[in-house]
Design a protein around this ligand. Structure first.
Ligand SMILES: C[S@@+](CC[C@H](N)C(=O)[O-])C[C@H]1O[C@@H](n2cnc3c(N)ncnc32)[C@H](O)[C@@H]1O
Length: 279
């Protein structure tokens, strides 16, 4: 009886530990912890009318057929089946070769439902989180986008397909250099990558119609809000584990509206954001 009870206890403890591990997230990378749904009304129609933008500049590359199939499954099972409804976002996620943005030895996992390591202690985000942030940012073919935390360059590539120009900042210099080279090799001519701290945005190219931040500060960096164009959107994780995925919208009259969308887990924003931590 005692043996039975202790094996039940062991099973219970294992289940709890597995649950906690899943919640904390694999590799400390970014995951949506929970998402109640609630895709934005009017979003699909607005973005569906978007015409082709940066895509004409890309080189079509041959790829092994298993990647095409894996991408199709990723779109169906991880995006469409959740709350990604924007047809342009779904189409682009189904087209951009994510396996080109992960280390060779991990390319068989490129379309799996989790983040992956890209070196220097950083990760490429889970496909769903990239799609969700892109959808929330409401890209348009005439838009100028700012991407903070270039990492592998995957989010920048997705934005490059949907916007006119993308400016991307990465604080880890070797990652910035690798991403710049990768994006150029893939034929993206409308993305500019620079190494540096994204906390203060990129004033020389402001204002931006959308800003996506892939590392979490504990407060919203005011320079990013200031660099939003009227009608523009800033999508970023804010806080400590788990963080809130926040959307800041600057109305046409300059008024700023903030809403929390979902609990998420991202790597912390380093640089000035860390110095200015509020704790
Ligand atoms: C989750 S990863 C980025 C994923 C990336 N968007 C992609 O598609 O691969 C977050 C990145 O933010 C970078 N980062 C952290 N703090 C930063 C800062 N202050 N300015 C710019 N990049 C920063 C990290 O070095 C890391 O590469």
């Amino acid at each position: 009886m005692r043996a039975l009870r202790s094996s039940w206890t062991l099973a219970l403890v294992t289940t709890v530990l597995v649950g906690v591990a899943l919640i904390v997230g694999w590799l400390g990378g970014e995951w949506v912890v929970w998402h109640s749904g609630g895709s934005e009304a009017g979003l699909s129609a607005e973005v569906a009318s978007a015409a082709e933008s940066g895509s004409e500049s890309r080189t079509e590359r041959a790829e092994p057929p298993q990647f095409q199939e894996a991408r199709r499954r990723m779109v169906d099972r991880q995006l469409r089946s959740r709350d990604i409804t924007d047809p342009k976002v779904l189409e682009v996620m189904g087209r951009v070769p994510r396996h080109e943005f992960v280390p060779d030895e991990l390319d068989h996992e490129a379309y799996d439902d989790h983040p992956l390591p890209i070196g220097h202690g950083q990760t490429i985000s889970q496909p769903y989180i990239v799609a969700l942030m892109t959808q929330l940012a409401r890209p348009r073919p005439d838009a100028r986008a700012l991407d903070i935390g270039t990492g592998s360059g995957y989010q920048a590539a997705i934005l490059a397909e949907l916007c006119k120009e993308v400016y991307s900042i990465e604080i880890v210099e070797p990652l910035a250099n690798e991403a710049r080279k990768r994006l150029a090799q893939l034929g993206y001519k409308n993305v500019t990558v620079r190494a540096g701290d994204g906390y203060r945005g990129w004033p020389e190219y402001a204002p931006f119609d959308l800003i996506i931040v892939a590392a979490a500060p504990d407060h919203v960096p005011q320079p990013l809000v200031d660099q939003l164009a009227p009608g523009g959107r800033l999508v970023l994780p804010v806080g400590s584990y788990p963080q809130n995925l926040v959307v800041i919208e600057k109305k046409k009259d300059g008024e700023v509206e903030r809403k929390s969308v979902a609990p998420v887990m991202f790597v912390p924003m380093t640089g000035e954001a860390r110095e200015k931590r509020k704790d």
